[in-house]
Write a protein that binds this ligand. Structure first.
Ligand SMILES: NCc1[nH]cc(CCC(=O)O)c1CC(=O)O
Length: 328
């Protein structure tokens, strides 16, 4: 199998170098290089410095730093310009954090591959003024009324539901920017995806991963997805070789849940699936109000081959049982 794909690539005259689109943030570049490492591991014939060309693309989500993403159009913002580059033929494929990728691809683009998941959990990072968190009761480190920096409505709603005394301030920017704000005391603590911290080697002492049942992660968190043009079958084949079937199953369930909920991008939504030891899939979904005054969390199981149906059904059920204005 390792050799079949590079042959297919050369036989079909896919011109080299293959151009890979990515955001320019340190995390995006790390993920892109990790992806290329995986490709060349399976296809040693591509292990040539000139086989790939990285194209860093600045997206609307990167350019607009002063407002909540929810207020400026949400998800697709980190991918729009990258989709355009794919469709225009400026790049051949693109690497995304799956959680920043909308559930429905634009016509002509397919999500061809999902890579092995890094830890999906969110992580609580106490700032310099707080004690280290106790893994058994992480929120106990936060004094009454503590200011928490996050601009994720999903994290905010779950925190406030548990601790209505907390105060939230907006934190945006890439991982390093948010950690600098924390170090400078703009908030007492912040929450970040553990995956990003690990990949960047920034997992600070005193931080603690939150149980995904306590703080339900975003659909696709910790998973990298690769998109290509729908008609580029050679690259589909190449990418199929490095697909992680478990990441495909869990992300299919999580993304089907998200699609069925179809919240406005202001609706706090969480989705987290895992494979059980018996091979079945367990999916937890969450819908909440941003202020934490309403929170609905439910889990269901199904066979892994029914991942999409599991997500769609749980999403519909959560939607049915939530106040209608959350989906207005
Ligand atoms: N929304 C930004 C974003 N997109 C992906 C990650 C981290 C990596 C991942 O979840 O795959 C982050 C940072 C964060 O939420 O802390």
């Amino acid at each position: 199998m390792a050799l079949a794909h590079p042959v297919a690539v050369s036989k079909h005259r896919q011109p080299l170098p293959l151009r890979v689109g990515t955001r320019a943030s340190p995390l995006a570049l790390w993920q892109t290089r990790d992806f290329l490492d995986r490709v060349t591991h399976f296809c040693p014939v591509l292990r040539d410095a000139k086989a790939f060309e990285e194209h860093a693309i600045s997206t609307s989500g990167d350019q607009i730093q002063d407002r909540k993403l929810a207020d400026i159009g949400g998800k697709g913002l980190f991918a729009k310009e990258i989709h355009e580059a794919l469709l225009d033929g400026r790049v051949d494929f693109a690497v995304h954090s799956l959680k920043d990728l909308e559930t429905e691809m634009p016509p002509g683009i397919v999500l061809a591959c999902t890579l092995k998941r890094e830890d999906a959990r969110d992580c609580l990072l106490p700032g310099p003024a707080l004690p280290a968190c106790d893994p058994a009761d992480p929120l106990a480190a936060l004094p009454p009324g503590a200011v928490i920096g996050t601009s994720s409505v999903r994290r905010q709603s779950q925190l406030l539901h548990l601790r209505p005394d907390l105060r939230l301030v907006m934190f945006r920017g890439n991982v390093a920017t948010r950690m600098r704000k924390l170090a400078e005391g703009e908030a007492a603590a912040t929450l970040l995806a553990l995956a990003g911290l690990r990949r960047l080697g920034l997992e600070p002492a005193g931080s603690v991963a939150l149980d995904p049942e306590l703080m339900v992660p975003a659909a696709g968190q910790g998973i990298v997805g690769v998109t290509v043009r729908a008609d580029n079958t050679e690259l589909h084949e190449l990418l199929a070789a490095i697909e992680d079937p478990e990441a495909r199953a869990v992300s299919a369930a999580e993304r089907a849940l998200l699609a069925a909920l179809d919240g406005s991008c202001r609706t706090p939504i969480g989705g987290h699936a895992r494979l059980l030891p018996d091979g079945r899939l367990r999916l937890t979904g969450l819908v909440a109000r941003t202020d934490g005054s309403f929170l609905l969390k439910r889990s269901e199981e199904a066979s892994a081959k029914d991942a999409v149906r599991l997500g769609a059904e749980l999403g519909s059920a959560l939607r049915r049982d939530s106040p209608a204005d959350l989906f207005a």
